[in-house]
Unconditional design. Sequence first.
Length: 132
Amino acid sequence: MSRWKQTAASLLLLLLGGCAARNGEDNAYRQVTMDEAVQLMETETDYLVVDVRTPEEFEEKHIPGAVLVPNESIADEPPAALPDREQMLLIYCRSGNRSKQAAAKLAALGYTNVIEFGGINSWTGETVSGAV
């Protein structure tokens, strides 16, 4: 097999393997639109809205009732602010990058109902300011 074909085959396997892991239930999170997140907040009762920005960003403005768990603080242990690994967690940040990182880390820690919905920059609902 030519070197080019070997490289192409390796890349294909890598991509397919990544897709399979991402679409499976293990260590995965769900991504929804802002509108879908709002609908979940209106229809569900047992959920937490989790802001993964910095404390300074949170203090400036956040979604009412949100819990602050900075992305940088999520490591090898489950965050103390998120004791129930089965509770629905609606994750957001400023623009959507850190929320994806945090959602992946929480799913890897065994959280089973992690939903990422982007950033507060796109949020059209009410916001509040102030510390935790």
